[in-house]
Design a protein around this ligand. Structure first.
Ligand SMILES: Cc1cc2nc3c(=O)[nH]c(=O)nc-3n(C[C@H](O)[C@H](O)[C@H](O)COP(=O)(O)OP(=O)(O)OC[C@H]3O[C@@H](n4cnc5c(N)ncnc54)[C@H](O)[C@@H]3O)c2cc1C
Length: 660
């Protein structure tokens, strides 16, 4: 049923007064105007929300029409968050108003408080019939609104968002969750790891469901990260067939060293020429993305420039969107049932097995249940494993855990962070941008310390000491502060940028590291350095130990909120050339039907530095798909593949997954 608006008499548990109430989820607004939908506060509010991501210019109103069954005076509340409150105690920048049938309600919302909460917008007299509700942005600086609540009584909904869950369900008239037919394998997370896992298993005839919380398949890849890793060094040369298909790399390139550009220290990428060329064209799809939306908006106004970097950005975005479309078509063709825009947030277990996972649509709020015999956690955050009670770690292990030479003496929470691409380009009408003093909530830079460039680079990175899984919104918001603070400084202190305008900035962060789930083997740096040969050696890793840490000067100036990093590119692999990773890192050691894929596989922080590139993770996904086939056919669980059917797995890896 569509998440729209239902007016009903709500009998809250323990509260008897009955009143007409209307709840409107903003992400379900018919017209989103210039607002963008965001799910990064899901762990806090159990919902997506709309955000006025205007890069300092107010965005067009988002609006929708709702039916009112009972005429009368209504009190209007907005669920919102003063997003700069973790850093700044004054008035926040995310100001917006609620507009009812063209008339703005008096209160300016989103500028006070210190957490998600219901703020009072004002009272309005409504006639029976349709009413038009709109969100009117006042600043372009990321004001946000999760839902509107209209009530005949001046009482806000529950302040506790966990309790609000039930109220939402009732007010939105949502019944029991949709139940998807039971699958052999439920893959959660549609990054390259999840796609490769799902496609491989489906090609073997398994009934596969793939659930992802983004509109496009590909995870980081779809958000802008190219795939790296050398496949011609594989222990099993036929691994990588599926990875080529889901990344858009020509199959002929896989085992051809000349198709790669290789750094002198040995790591490398497939050259662009070896990607499917037909992908370099405009995209025909309504789903949009921050970059695509910006390109289209600028082109409509005749404002994109011939600047080579901007043209390149455009090409890259077309490539990514088209690759994602092709990826999706391939998976569907193989029979994978794909569910987009669904956040998995609950797990039901039977003993040590997962019976089902529950998700919520980020568009409609409806709930879905996915039952299966096997599950693969490819969320990057290890969310399914975490919810299922799987053993996990986050941050750096201490040296005594695995005698890793690069590990610190004492364990800590240092990890790689998250980032979003941003670009400013020269424009005929460059406009102004607030002065640094007008953005007291933004990161402060000065003459001695600022970043003198008009575009993103990989080392703009935040969340180095923060939990990127549960605090994704905070990590992203810190990034916004860094971009806006630095740009305000450049615009007003460096004449070179006076004619530039900040036009591109993503709002969903690309993540590098969150939880790592633990398997029967936890691969570590020592295994790699000492070339430990495991009997279940499977996919091959070739990247360096590429780990990122805050630059010392940045860490000194912004402790806890660092935003500039360097990478180690420590190269123990130079000595060993490549390393063949054991299968046992690919399943949980204590949740028996859970495969763990992608960047949440069972490795230490140090070892994550090498396995985390996408060709490698794709090939790991192929191994998982093969193991799932054995599980189904032999009636065993993932550990049973190692204990009883390792030869079968080796045969499959030798042969390679079917290309059709
Ligand atoms: C800026 C940057 C640069 C990088 N550079 C390179 C590079 O040059 N080459 C390279 O190969 N790698 C690079 N990496 C690393 C690489 O991008 C990641 O390690 C890799 O993409 C991880 O793939 P994955 O499939 O495990 O996870 P992801 O790509 O993170 O995919 C996980 C998917 O699961 C979804 N998801 C998460 N939680 C849930 C949930 N609860 N319910 C439903 N869906 C969920 C996510 O939205 C996402 O779609 C880079 C990473 C970053 C951030």
């Amino acid at each position: 049923m569509k998440k729209s608006i239902v007016t009903l008499c709500l009998l809250l548990a323990g509260l008897c007064p009955v009143a007409a109430q209307i709840l409107v989820e903003t992400e379900a607004f018919a017209d989103k105007g210039g607002w963008v939908a965001d799910h990064q506060a899901f762990d806090k509010i159990r919902s997506a929300y709309l955000m006025a991501h205007g890069l300092g210019r107010p965005v067009a109103d988002a609006a929708t029409t709702v039916p009112v069954a009972e005429a009368g005076t209504y009190h209007v509340y907005a669920s919102t968050y003063n997003w700069t409150s973790p850093w700044y105690k004054g008035k926040g920048p995310g100001a917006f108003q609620v507009v009812v049938d063209g008339t703005p309600l008096p209160a300016e919302l989103g500028t006070t408080g210190s957490g998600w909460e219901w703020q009072y917008a004002g009272a309005v007299r409504l006639a029976k019939g349709d009413v038009r509700l709109a969100l009117h942005d006042l600043t372009g600086f990321n004001g946000r609104c999760d839902a509107l609540y209209l009530s005949r009584e001046q009482t806000p909904p529950p302040a506790d968002y966990a309790r609000m869950e039930e109220v939402r369900r009732q007010l939105l008239g949502q019944g029991t969750p949709h139940v998807a037919p039971k699958a052999d394998l439920v893959v959660v997370g549609g990054g390259i790891a999840g796609c490769a896992t799902a496609l491989t298993a489906a090609r073997y005839g398994l009934k596969v469901v793939l659930v992802d919380n983004l509109p496009w398949l590909g995870g980081n890849n779809a958000l802008g990260v190219r795939a790296s890793g050398l496949m011609y060094k594989n222990l099993y040369p036929e691994l990588g067939n599926i990875t080529c298909q889901v990344t858009g790399v020509q199959l002929a390139a896989k085992n051809d060293p000349a198709a790669y550009q290789v750094d002198p220290t040995g790591f490398g990428d497939v050259r662009y020429a070896h990607y499917e060329q037909q992908l370099n064209s405009p995209v025909q799809d309504a789903r949009g993305s921050d970059m695509l939306n910006s390109i289209e908006r600028l082109e409509a106004r005749g404002e994109t420039s011939a600047n080579r970097q901007e043209q390149n950005l455009k090409q890259q975005e077309y490539l990514r969107r088209n690759a994602a479309l092709k990826r999706e078509a391939l998976l569907r063709e193989a029979g994978v049932e794909i569910y987009h825009d669904i956040q998995i947030f609950e797990v039901v277990k039977e003993g040590t097995l997962i019976a089902s996972v529950k998700g919520k649509s980020l568009k409609s709020g409806e709930e879905y249940i996915f039952a299966g015999g096997l599950f693969a956690d490819c969320t990057g955050d290890g969310t399914v494993g975490y919810l299922a009670g799987a053993d996990w770690r986050m941050g750096r292990e201490s040296r005594d855990v695995a005698q890793e030479p690069s590990a610190p003496e004492v364990a800590d929470q240092k990890k790689m962070g998250s980032t979003m691409q941003w670009y400013a380009f020269p424009r005929a009408d460059a406009g102004s941008f607030p002065r640094p003093e007008e953005l007291p909530w933004a990161i402060r830079v000065d003459k001695e310390y600022h970043i003198n460039r008009s575009s993103w680079a990989w080392w703009w990175e935040t969340g180095l000491e923060i939990d990127n899984a549960t605090e994704a919104e905070l990590v992203r918001d810190n990034f916004l502060r860094a971009v806006f603070g630095n740009w305000a400084y450049l615009k007003h202190h460096n004449p070179q940028y006076a004619g530039y305008r900040l036009d591109y900035l993503q709002h969903i962060a690309m993540k590098r590291e969150s939880r790592r789930l633990l398997g029967d083997v936890i691969l570590d740096e020592t295994d790699i350095l000492e070339r430990v040969k495991f009997p279940d050696a499977s996919f091959t890793t070739t990247w360096t130990m590429d780990l990122h840490y805050a630059k010392p000067e940045n860490a000194k100036r912004y402790p806890g909120w660092e935003w500039v990093t360097y990478c180690t590119h420590y190269k123990p692999l130079a000595k060993v050339d490549r390393y063949d990773v054991p299968y046992r890192v690919l399943y949980s050691r204590n949740v028996d039907n859970l495969f763990i894929g992608g960047r949440c596989m069972s490795v230490t922080h140090q070892a994550l530095g090498t396995v985390r590139v996408q060709m490698t993770l794709g090939m790991a996904g192929e191994v998982t798909g093969m193991a799932a086939k054995i599980c189904k056919e032999q009636g065993v669980l993932p550990r049973g593949v190692y204990e009883k059917h390792l030869d079968d797995l080796k045969k499959l890896m030798k042969k390679g997954a079917p290309l059709k």
